[in-house]
Write a protein that binds this ligand. Structure first.
Ligand code: 5CA
Length: 440
């Protein structure tokens, strides 16, 4: 992508409304634009990161055996009356009437709808286990939308829903998602800590929040330092091996960890002072087992091996991809701007032409642009005629992992400078070696 053709509305000044660094940097880097309180457009740079994050989520959901579908954003009030949540959900639900005065709502979550899909076609325990997920916009009329996409009213959610015959099978489904979540957040460059959590309006009695430690986090969290040294399961984890999954979950739930709502001061006080990590955290994922809370009132039953109909045991599993963007920035930035982990960076490389119009610079950059592209890299090529200082500041602000800098003197000598955004390390190498080096 040539910067001259891209849409990157960078802000020079710090936006006043932004209280936390991720919000400030997302606005300054031209990733998002507020359209109404808590409602954002994702501009091209933001959209690219959102897509990368969603691709990782999708891969890990699919690997764990979940199946993707897409449910609508608009739901019927009658469906929610069946579970009793239409009235209970209160003011957070955006209620809508269509031209026939039929009551609709903009979905804040999808337990009812997915239960309806399930009951319309699944009859036998032989069709289980089943886990259906989608990535879809949600709306919650939050009292205090704030911090940009961290707590917005319209936000993207990956929500998965598992269906099983009994508690034992449902627990395996819960473990599958638990492990998939550990892998998902690690691949996004984050260290997420699972913590026992309150279930709130979703209901149920088994729940974990996945928390990123960050000083700007909204929740107060307490955990054992051991978490910082735990290894995340590899790509080869066997999702068909219930014992192996249970062992991973055991390792990740044994050290003490809780959000303030679930905090057990006696257990905390029993830890040595060195082991205690009291911090603030951002909830990036939340998983729930709630048994038959929806299947019973909504009559989602399957015929068991003994021929009797039983309501299915369900769980739901959420990740907020739009919030994740902000959480990644909170965890990875410096004074100059964002420092994207490679896996989610909007482009792999920023190619900077220090002097567009200079024949050597232009020729070297055109060659590099083509070579880097052929090496399978996504390149943002700054071909604009702007000051050197502005070019560097923009590249640092948008945080691409690698910068390739071509100036007139270097181009004449057949050299370019490579700069790693995370460490600031610089090295001058021959133009012909650039593509191989950056792709490595
Ligand atoms: N139905 C369940 C699980 S699918 C559910 O709704 N869970 S939730 O309420 O915990 O939301 C799931 C995830 O969505 C959260 O972990 C968070 O990452 C994200 N999320 C929730 N509210 C917001 C919000 N206002 N802004 C941005 N992301 C949000």
């Amino acid at each position: 992508m040539r910067l001259s053709r891209f849409f990157l509305p960078i802000l020079k000044e710090n936006p006043k409304e932004a209280e936390i660094v991720s919000h400030r940097l997302m606005l300054r880097a031209g990733m998002i634009r507020q359209q109404a309180a808590g409602i954002y457009s994702f501009l091209p740079l933001g959209k690219r990161v959102l897509d990368k994050v969603c691709a990782i989520i999708r891969e890990e959901q699919d690997r764990s055996g979940a199946i993707e579908l897409l449910m609508p954003t608009i739901q019927s009030a009658d469906l929610w009356r069946e579970s009793g949540r239409y009235e209970a959900y209160g003011k957070e639900m955006l209620r809508i009437a269509d031209r026939h005065e039929r009551e609709l709502l903009f979905g804040p979550t999808n337990e009812e709808m997915v239960t309806d899909i399930f009951r319309s076609s699944v009859r036998s325990y032989k069709d289980l286990p089943l886990n259906l997920y989608h990535i879809q916009w949600k709306f919650r009329d939050e009292v205090r939308p704030r911090f940009g996409v961290m707590r917005s009213r319209e936000f993207l959610m990956k929500d998965a829903y598992s269906f099983d015959l009994d508690f034992e099978a449902a627990q395996i489904a819960y473990h599958r998602m638990f492990v998939a979540y550990l892998r998902t957040f690690a691949r996004c460059g984050l260290q997420a800590i699972p913590m026992r959590a309150d279930t709130g309006p979703i209901g149920g009695n088994l729940s974990h929040e996945f928390i990123i430690l960050a000083s700007t986090g909204e929740s107060e969290v307490f955990c054992h330092r051991d978490f910082l040294g735990l290894t995340v399961p590899g790509e080869d984890v066997d999702f068909a091996d219930a014992g192996a999954l249970a062992a991973i979950v055991r390792d990740w739930t044994t050290p003490y960890a809780a959000t303030d709502e679930m905090h057990d001061t006696a257990a905390w006080d029993a830890l040595s002072a060195d082991d205690r990590l009291a911090a603030r955290g951002i909830e990036v994922g939340h998983i729930f087992y709630f048994g038959t809370k929806y299947s019973e009132p909504m009559n989602a039953v399957v015929t068991g091996p003994d021929g009797k109909d039983v309501p299915v045991h369900m769980g739901s599993y959420g990740i907020g991809p739009s919030r994740l963007l902000a959480a990644i920035i909170e965890a990875s930035h410096d004074e100059a701007g964002i420092v994207w982990p490679k896996s989610v960076a909007p482009f792999d490389v920023g190619l900077i032409n220090m002097k567009p119009g200079d024949a050597d610079c232009d020729a070297a950059c055109e060659t590099l642009y083509a070579e880097l592209g052929r090496a399978g890299l996504d390149v943002l090529y700054d071909d604009q005629d702007t000051r050197a200082g502005a070019k560097f500041a923009t590249m640092d602000l948008i945080g691409l992992p690698v910068q390739v800098i071509v100036g007139p003197r270097g181009a004449k000598a057949g050299e370019a400078e490579i700069k790693l955004r995370a460490t600031g390390e610089r090295e001058t190498i021959p133009l012909a070696a650039v593509a191989a080096r950056v792709a490595a």
